[in-house]
Design a protein around this ligand. Structure first.
Ligand code: PEP
Ligand code: MN
Length: 378
């Protein structure tokens, strides 16, 4: 049972400094009081040895669904359950708000940590309305002993750095820079089996622009697959992110949203144990600057290589189509004048960009060879 290690000295005051380690854990959606209770117990058990972390229990009350006909959350009822978890377990709780009205409601239930979803960050009108609702609440409660609100802002679905920073700045202006958190969950257009495209360099740029704002990684929405969550989560440690937001469900196979990507309580425990092997102090949890720098370069390399291979694959798929077209129209596979022109243009380009003509020629030859091989296929 709960050993009390997460009882916060002052439940209402959560001030962040950028060195702080944060874990936001819990189900995609609040589905029932029992499910939330089991999930909260799982989170607390998984974090028993991680006293250096600020642990936040997450659950969505309203779920943004791309298409109609799916579970859209339990709404206001879920807020009551979350409040109960906060009171009974003394754990900080958070939920997603996407409108002014949802924000007012969540605040009225005593939830002081909110997150802005990727689809909402995309819309400056909504961001502004939510920020106004927070501002109004802060004014009304300014005489209370502690009036902190924490706002976590997910990256927008499109890879637009200014939009992400813009939303963070808007909230920082209301709740203070020390009370906003950035969450990197990837961008529409995932490849290599990932639900979303990581674009590590964009998140690292945001960190560069706002070094005092903690940056978390959400490997659940980035990967979209529970099997891939651990390897994506590992990147957050290599790149010295401030922590993670991870989805966990007591019975993932029965989850009403994002079933494929939610970890079991056991999976979460194992992952956190593997990532943070023993009790970590804040300094141990941060890899050296040199290691982080190298990991950041490598992450960008991996991403570029991935794009490169995807492009090569698309080119080969096109080759198969061209091969079929040529066969139907009785055109020979190799057309030497076209090839001569391609080589000439690329070598001029290589020289202009200070690349070895010999190496560029080898790459071109290899691509051309494989292309011809593909054109010969049906
Ligand atoms: C979520 O955290 O459950 C969620 C809907 O996330 P996102 O906004 O990243 O899609
Ligand atoms: Mn989700």
């Amino acid at each position: 049972m709960y050993d009390g290690s997460f009882i916060l000295s002052d439940k209402k005051t959560f001030t962040i400094d950028s060195k702080q380690k944060i874990l936001v854990l819990g189900p995609c959606a609040a589905e029932s009081q029992q499910q939330l209770l089991e999930a909260a117990q799982g989170v607390i058990a998984a974090c028993k040895h991680l006293s250096a972390f600020r642990v936040i229990f997450r659950a969505g009350a309203w779920k943004p669904r791309t298409q109609p006909g799916f579970f859209e959350g339990m709404g206001e009822r879920a807020l009551g359950w979350l409040r109960q978890i906060q009171d009974d377990f003394g754990i900080e709780v958070a939920t997603e708000v996407a409108t002014e009205q949802q924000t007012r409601l969540a605040l009225s239930y005593g939830i002081r940590t909110l997150w802005i979803g990727a689809r909402t960050t995309t819309n400056p009108f909504l961001v502004r309305q939510i920020a106004d609702a927070c501002s109004e609440w802060l004014k009304q409660n300014s005489r209370a002993s502690s009036v902190n609100l924490t706002i976590m802002v997910k990256n927008p679905v499109s890879p637009d750095l200014m939009l992400w920073q813009g939303a963070l700045l808007r909230f920082a202006g209301i709740v203070g820079e020390e009370n906003v958190v950035a969450v990197h969950r990837g961008f529409t257009g995932g490849t290599s089996g990932l639900r979303n495209a990581p674009k590590w360099s964009l998140a690292l740029q945001l960190h560069h622009l706002m070094p005092h704002v903690p940056l978390l990684l959400d490997p659940s929405h980035l990967a979209g697959d529970a099997v891939l969550v651990p390897q994506v989560a590992k990147k957050a440690v290599e790149l010295a992110y401030n922590g993670l937001m991870i989805e966990m469900h007591p019975k993932p196979e029965q989850a009403l949203s994002d079933a494929a990507q939610q970890l079991t309580p056991r999976g979460l425990s194992d992952l956190l144990r593997d990532l943070y092997a023993t009790e970590v102090t804040s300094s141990q949890a941060t890899p050296s600057t040199a290691a982080t720098g190298l990991a950041a370069f490598r992450a960008q390399f991996d991403e570029l290589d991935d794009e490169l291979w995807q492009l090569i694959l698309r080119r080969m798929e096109l080759s198969v189509q061209i091969g079929n077209y040529k066969r139907q129209h009785h055109i020979p596979v190799l057309q030497s004048d076209r090839w001569q022109q391609l080589v000439h243009d690329r070598l001029v380009w290589a020289e202009k960009n200070n690349l070895s003509e010999e190496n560029v020629m080898r790459i071109l030859d290899a691509i051309h060879d494989e292309s011809r091989r593909q054109q010969g296929r049906d």
